[in-house]
Design a protein around this ligand. Structure first.
Ligand code: EPU
Length: 340
């Protein structure tokens, strides 16, 4: 049975805590329910929004259609050898709870991505990543429902076309598939990744010399809590912008004028610049405009102090983009999906 509610507040379903309502709203706990709903002619012409944890969306208006929250649960090990295990999680599992499950089962590979808000199903969509790890590194395959044929299809890593905060599902696959479950190939021997300076520093402050995967997870949790606002307290969706990747020649030109500009080599001719630095240097860090603003500890994060509107955040984002472009000649683009 599927229950469809009317005029439902989406405030609990978006981490920005924006007050917007859905004309119709339902939660799906298994793929079969989704197929029946999509086969029902009564809903065929109604606009639909598929929602995971709501941690990467900016609701600009009330949604005049059907919001379908994907709440498919379940975590299981589907294959196991002495070296690795393949773990499958339903798209509706909370990402951080999945990370903790893997740590408890001694499975290594995603602990650096502890505490990222959102669901497992949303993770491959934008190839989430933090502190030296990305979903694509341990991703095995996923199952997604083709919204046209209503058949389940399997996507391996190649078919997902992962890039930095990018995948097939943000482009050609957008609005054409719903991710149902995701499988990761995780190692049974701890593969400690402390390449990221802040992790090493935190571990040493914690007095840990030979870290376990749980220690790494605890260090990441500590760093995130110190820099990023907790959506339960201040509405936000993590990094609002992607870090721009620019041609080396362009980077060197900006570097002449601003010798402190950080840059990370992506390839021989591409350099990634931290958008947080650009935004801070353009003078936006910690600024507040009514009920919205720029986080005071990480300029890449836009916040809703409570009662702010999606459009106010979008306007602020546009002003920040224009100001960064004017000062540095670098274009920054949102990582967050704008929903109209
Ligand atoms: N920086 C500033 N000012 C700021 C923020 C950052 O100067 O206000 C500089 C820092 O000094 C540092 C550099 O920018 O040199 C990088 O900062 P940080 O390590 O905080 O990482 P980030 O590039 O700003 C990315 C991800 C985060 C992820 C961290 C850690 C993107 C868009 N964001 O941020 O992901 O947690 O690295 O790996 O790639 C998210 O996507 O929602 C997210 C939080």
């Amino acid at each position: 049975m599927i229950t469809i509610e009317e005029n439902v507040s989406l405030k609990p379903y978006n981490t920005f805590g924006l007050e917007a309502s859905a004309r119709y709203f339902t939660e799906i706990s298994e793929a079969g329910q989704l197929v029946s709903l999509l086969k029902d002619p009564a809903w065929a012409s109604v606009k639909k929004l598929f929602l995971g944890g709501g941690s990467n969306i900016l609701l600009l208006n009330d949604f005049d259609g059907l919001v379908i929250k994907i709440a498919i649960k379940g975590i299981r090990i589907t294959e196991e050898t002495t070296d690795y295990a393949i773990v499958q999680a339903g798209a509706g599992e909370i990402w951080h709870e999945f990370v903790l499950y893997c740590i408890e089962h001694g499975l290594s590979g995603i602990e650096n991505m502890s505490l990222i808000p959102g669901t497992v199903g949303a993770a491959p969509m934008q190839n989430i990543g933090a502190y030296g790890a990305e979903v694509k590194d341990t991703f095995h395959h996923l199952e997604a429902l083709n919204l046209e044929t209503l058949q389940t299809e399997v996507f391996d890593r190649k078919r997902c076309a992962f890039g930095y905060r990018e995948s097939f599902f943000k482009h050609e696959g957008r609005n054409r598939y719903v991710i149902l479950s995701v499988c990761f190939r995780l190692s049974k021997s701890p593969e400690i990744n402390v390449a990221y300076g802040a992790i090493r520093q935190t571990l040493s402050e914690m007095g840990v010399e030979s870290p376990t995967i749980r220690d790494v997870s605890n260090a990441v949790i500590h760093i995130r809590r110190s820099k990023l606002p907790d959506p339960a307290q201040i509405g936000n969706s993590g990094s609002f912008f992607k870090n721009p990747e620019i041609p080396r020649a362009e980077y060197l030109k900006v570097h002449e004028k601003y010798p402190d500009i950080p840059g990370y080599e992506v390839s021989d001719d591409i350099v990634k610049v931290p958008a947080g630095w650009l935004i801070e240097q353009a003078g936006w860090k910690g600024r507040r405009f009514g009920q919205v603003g720029v986080h005071d500890k990480q300029a890449l994060v836009l916040v809703n102090f409570g009662g702010g509107k999606g459009q106010e955040i979008a306007d602020l984002a546009a002003r920040i983009q224009a100001s960064v472009s004017e000062k540095f000649g670098i274009t920054i683009t949102p990582e967050v999906n704008f929903i109209r």
